[in-house]
Design a protein around this ligand. Structure first.
Ligand code: SF4
Length: 682
């Protein structure tokens, strides 16, 4: 056959916070042929998972959006960019004039680049004139940001991915690492197999890491505070705590101790179902390690006690001096590729880029000067509050960029009802998502393979992705689309490239101060990176916490919002799986991934299935007080009796029609991980 020239373009994976470096191999026709990866490259050293290797054929799908669409009655018609920009700007400006700035809000995107997120929050703050900007970090790590910022002064992962090859003890809680952060999972598995690492796993399910764990604590969903407090009770009771560290580096220890001593392991056993002796054994193992690292994810954060859960983990790390040094720390794994970056860029209602608070006069003055406008010092609304105000008619105009709340938010029947009530809904995406179908105007964006930009991975490393293939139709980079709308609303922004936007980001964001495209072309840099000579920061809080002293918090166990009862006797917990990602917009369009897992299942224990007369693959009806779905059963001893599990990838059986919108009072994160449910065989 003909010899084809293959070009390799180095990029950053789009599918999770590990941020693997991949090479897109482009054929002579300008299309993606395959994905490879090179050993020796940080952070994945040539490893990838099935999503990174096979998950990108969505790029070339015919269903990609190619031109702007404008609603006409029930259908859409195609339009030019000029017409779409004019209409969007006119309608948003009209709403602002008639109903005031508070009637507008925007959702930014943890899937898009730092530059896009920076421009989106700048757009909302300068053109809408408020701080009503949020994104799905609210649904995943809002409690991390709230909890770790209170305890340490920074909401980010304290340590680095590379360290997991040599960490003496890893405590994984509420993270199905091998499925959701697979390359991290590979590192942990390898370190345990080589005898370098002892592993404790706390998870309501038997996940694949529990197969190799030294101790598995199989707690009931919603009982984490009791479990962790009881571990700390043991550590204090048996004098295994690090008194020097507590004295020199922390404050408020006594308050925390008083709360913990109310929670002996026997009490935690009653609440969590984990034997007291196992809790003691785990506490001893954790405290005895030369250094110990805590790894967690949504199993900790997505609760009405999410912030409390995070504070408890921070307490335990400080109690044993396991923070502020290599091979230790508290390490939240970020789910989406750029959820860290979207937060860093100020895609949150209370902070500008770099977590500079909107209510502080000095930050307001700084950004007013940089952007040449006057800004609001009133913190804006969170995702759930925005959806609530959309439903009540208070918010009339909404700009959704790269999010699909119809499938991703809790209690989705209410979300659809709310979105239908907006006067004007704009959705910017690469496909006509379930949310885009409800829009007045749909704006076609480019995927990560069709433009340049940066993502910040879970270990705070800012890395580049690059234009590798031709973009479909007239689609544009997100930052360019948002700039187009902003300029029609009266701004005068003249960005020529993503790299120019990064220079502006660096100039107003101290933790990104030393980042430029030139410096991160080969290897990304970990923030804080305050100046052009700084080499980046692998381990946070060394010598001193970001807030000065680390702060202990007294945390008491509180039950989940909705406990099982006679009518809804089981606990439903939700999550993700290896082969799919989020609402399936991209992975379900990949032939390989869809081929491996074409449909969803509900996981149920053999004991519960037996009692309900349910066999493998039987169709069942799953209902809660909020909705019902039909789905096939997966009867598996990986489930604990009384608990069932669903992923939220499949629109035919949408888990979030069932979940509860009850919120953590501080972080406003919904309780995706626990609600009461009933199952019947159909
Ligand atoms: Fe992509 Fe995450 Fe898989 Fe790496 S581990 S290839 S970043 S999905």
């Amino acid at each position: 056959g003909r010899v084809r020239t293959m070009e390799k373009v180095r990029t950053t994976c789009l599918y999770c916070g590990v941020g693997c470096q991949l090479d897109l191999n482009i054929g002579a026709d300008g299309k993606l042929v395959k994905v490879t990866s090179e050993p020796g490259v940080i952070p994945n050293d040539g490893n990838t998972c099935v999503k990174g290797r096979f998950g990108f054929d969505f790029i070339h799908r015919d269903e990609r959006l190619t031109v702007p669409l404008i609603r006409e009655g029930e259908a859409f018609r195609e339009s030019t960019w000029d017409e779409a920009f004019d209409l969007v700007a006119r309608r948003f400006s009209g709403i602002k004039e008639k109903h005031g700035s508070e009637a507008l809000a925007g959702l930014t995107s943890a899937k898009s680049g730092n530059e896009d997120n920076y421009i989106m929050q700048k757009f909302v703050r300068t053109q809408f004139g408020n701080n009503n900007i949020d994104h799905c970090a609210r649904l995943c790590h809002a409690s991390t940001v709230a909890g770790l910022a209170r305890a340490f002064g920074s909401g980010a992962m304290t340590n680095s991915i590379d360290e997991f090859s040599d960490t003496p003890l890893i405590f994984v809680i509420g993270s199905n690492t091998t499925e959701n952060h697979p390359v991290m999972g590979i590192k942990i598995r390898k370190a345990v197999a080589e005898g370098k690492t002892k592993l404790i796993v706390a998870d309501p399910r038997k996940i694949s890491l529990t197969d190799i764990a030294h101790i598995h604590l199989q707690q009931k969903p919603g009982s984490d505070v009791a479990l962790i407090n009881a571990m700390m009770y043991t550590i204090i009771d048996e004098k295994l705590h690090d008194r020097d560290f507590i004295k020199s580096r922390t404050e408020d220890y006594e308050l925390m101790e008083a709360a913990v001593m109310k929670c002996p392991p026997e009490f935690a056993e009653k609440v969590s179902g984990v034997p007291a002796e196992d809790i003691r054994a785990a506490a001893r193992l954790y405290a005895a390690a030369e250094s110990a690292s805590i790894v967690y994810s949504m199993g900790i954060t997505q609760h009405t006690t999410g912030t409390d859960n995070v504070l408890s983990l921070a307490n335990m790390a400080m109690l044993t001096g396991n923070v502020g040094k290599p091979f230790a720390g508290v390490n939240p794994l970020r789910g989406q590729n750029n959820v860290q970056g979207a937060c860093d860029m100020g895609g949150l209602p209370d902070v500008y880029p770099g977590y500079q608070k909107v209510h502080l006069p000095e930050s307001k003055a700084k950004f007013e000067k940089a952007w040449g406008v006057s800004l609001s010092d009133k913190p804006g609304l969170t995702v759930n509050e925005i959806m609530h105000d959309v439903g009540s008619g208070k918010i009339k105009g909404l700009y959704v960029f790269g999010e699909n709340p119809v499938l991703s938010d809790p209690d989705t029947n209410e979300v659809v009802k709310s979105l239908k009530k907006t006067d004007f809904l704009v959705v910017q995406d690469i496909f006509l998502t379930e949310t885009a179908e409800l829009a007045d105007v749909v704006l076609p964006a480019r995927s990560f393979a069709e433009r340049d930009g940066t993502f910040t991975n879970t270990e705070r490393r800012v890395q580049v992705y690059r234009e590798a293939v031709l973009a479909p139709g007239e689609s544009k980079p997100d930052w360019e689309i948002i700039t187009g709308v902003a300029n029609r609303m009266g701004a005068d922004w003249n960005y020529n490239s993503a790299s120019e936007i990064m220079d502006e980001i660096a100039s107003v964001t101290p933790i990104y101060g030393g980042i430029s495209y030139e410096r991160i072309a080969d290897v990304g840099l970990q923030w804080p990176c305050p100046d052009k000579e700084h080499k980046g920061t692998a381990v946070l809080h060394q010598g001193k916490f970001s807030r000065g002293l680390g702060k202990f918090h007294p945390v008491d166990y509180l039950p989940q919002q909705e406990l099982p009862d006679e009518e809804y006797p089981l606990i439903l917990t939700t999550g993700r799986m290896l082969q799919h990602w989020h609402t399936g917009t991209m992975t379900r369009k990949s032939e390989v991934l869809h081929g491996i897992v074409p449909e969803g299942h509900i996981q149920i224990s053999p004991a519960d299935a037996g009692r309900l007369g349910i066999g493998p693959e039987d169709k069942v009806k799953v209902s809660t007080r909020r909705g019902e779905i039909e789905i096939a059963a997966d009867v598996t001893d990986r489930m604990k009796e009384g608990v069932v599990f669903l992923t939220f990838h499949f629109k035919e059986s949408p888990a979030n029609a069932l979940t509860i919108a009850a919120l953590d009072p501080i972080a406003k994160i919904p309780e995706f991980k626990a609600c009461a449910v009933k199952i019947e065989k159909i």
